[in-house]
Ligand binder design. Structure first.
Ligand SMILES: N[C@@H](CCC(=O)N[C@@H](CS)C(=O)NCC(=O)O)C(=O)O
Length: 211
């Protein structure tokens, strides 16, 4: 098998998994527990030097940033219009939204750290939580406005940028009520009803249809 994806359920690697599923590629999926010790083994650090997910190996090339993985997969394999190649009129916007998705996700991830990973409540910071939530909601407002009159981020239709941002909304919904952002919520409903999105959830997930 020439493509291998290291993945933790519903982590940023879900972007890469969802994209692989949309592209209809054959790949090997290595599911790791979301457990810092298991991600920091000597063996895994030799593959992915920060010990995080995603990590994609394609024909021996190792990539460990979800935005770079999206660009690489689209440039190497896309036949479904998910990428925007250099020279395409939507290329710059496509790149912007792929990378904007990380601006969103860092706030969601920080809230995961504050509320879940820091086990001892006394070590959590209400101020950090408040600021991170506010900054997360501001970033959702940008998407809310962008999709207020369209199904997808780009006029040319569904693309890997929607996958990147769609994952960030999937993470954000843990911390804020997406229904308060009418456009972003409708957009998330459209994205999360895609078969490839559903196929990227954990097998045991009884993911509720957003309503
Ligand atoms: N900017 C990176 C972020 C990767 C990242 O931080 N992944 C998280 C999961 S969502 C992780 O592996 N965390 C484990 C850790 O922080 O030790 C990307 O988009 O791929």
């Amino acid at each position: 098998m020439s493509i291998v994806l290291y993945h933790c359920h519903e982590a940023r690697s879900m972007r890469s998994l969802w994209l692989l599923n949309e592209l209809g590629l054959d790949f090997e999926l290595v599911v790791m527990p979301f457990d810092i010790e298991k991600l920091r083994t000597k063996e895994y650090l030799a593959i992915s030097p920060l010990g995080r997910v995603p990590c994609l190996i394609d024909q021996g090339k190792v990539l460990f940033e979800s935005g770079a993985i999206a660009q690489h997969l689209c440039e190497s394999y896309d036949q479904n219009g998910l990428g925007r190649s250099p020279g395409n009129a939507e290329r710059s916007e496509w790149l912007q939204w792929i990378h904007f998705s990380e601006t969103m996700a860092v706030h969601g991830a920080s809230l995961v750290q504050q509320n879940i990973i820091i086990a001892n409540e006394a070590d959590r910071s209400p101020l950090v939580q408040k600021l991170e939530l506010r900054r997360l909601e501001k970033s959702i407002e940008v998407i809310d406005q962008r999709v207020s009159d369209s199904n997808f981020l780009l006029k040319g239709g569904f693309s890997a940028a929607d996958i990147a941002v769609g994952y960030s909304l999937h993470l954000a919904r843990l911390w804020t009520d997406l229904k308060a952002f009418v456009g972003a919520f409708g957009y998330y409903q459209v994205l999360s009803s895609r078969p490839a999105f559903k196929a990227s959830l954990p097998p045991s997930s009884d993911f509720p249809e957003p309503s």
